[in-house]
Design a protein around this ligand. Structure first.
Ligand code: GAR
Length: 186
């Protein structure tokens, strides 16, 4: 049995999509959803599927072994960052080398790095008159958005597209591809 843990900070549409996908896959299971945000809607989504949740503070993540302990106890062998907005500490990267996967809502290396998350990314894409955007699924190393790429795919950005429209196009790509890309690397 391959056990997956998902980190998410917000709505959790990707987390829910991944949980649902793997309900239909033998020998793979999402065993834990972790969040730094007690109010995050992802926690309600997880509860709907009876997936256990764990919440923690930024300080707990960065300055204690609590989160690593909970992960080890869950027996998760792969960690998925699905809209997780804090930096993963080096200790956690070292504990799960090449076993942490992030999705970024743009075509890295463009529009990555600190502060580039969610709508900030789509606003920057529109402001720069980009003709395309997309998603990047990549391994996580000690630097923001710099680990080895696993998968990229793009969508067209029209000059009339608002950041919200770009967000919808990118979310569509995320929902289609993220679960199957994860499955392909298990
Ligand atoms: C997703 O679009 C994801 O790519 C992005 O946050 C959104 C979360 O949506 N991640 C980042 O910006 C990470 N830098 P969700 O909570 O509905 O899955």
């Amino acid at each position: 049995m391959t056990k997956i843990a998902i980190f998410a900070s917000g709505s959790g549409s990707n987390a829910e999509n991944i949980i649902e996908h793997f309900q239909g896959v033998e020998d793979v299971e999402v065993v834990l959803v972790l969040s730094n945000n007690k109010e995050a809607f992802v926690l309600e989504r997880a509860a709907k599927y009876s997936v256990p949740t764990f919440t923690f503070s930024k300080d707990m993540l960065q300055n204690s072994s609590k989160v690593v302990d909970v992960l080890l106890k869950s027996n998760a062998s792969i960690i998925i960052l699905a809209g997780f907005l804090l930096k993963i500490p080096e200790s956690l990267v070292k504990q799960f080398p090449n076993r942490i996967v992030n999705i970024h809502p743009a075509l890295l290396p463009k529009y990555g790095g600190k502060g580039m998350y969610g709508m900030n990314v789509h606003r920057a894409v529109v402001e720069n008159n980009e003709k395309e955007s997309g998603i990047t699924i990549h391994y996580v190393n000690e630097q923001y958005d710099e680990g080895e790429y696993i998968f990229q795919t793009s969508c067209v950005v029209l000059s009339s597209d608002s950041p919200e429209v770009v967000q919808q196009k990118v979310q569509q790509l995320e929902l289609i591809h993220f679960p199957t890309v994860i499955e392909s690397i298990l």
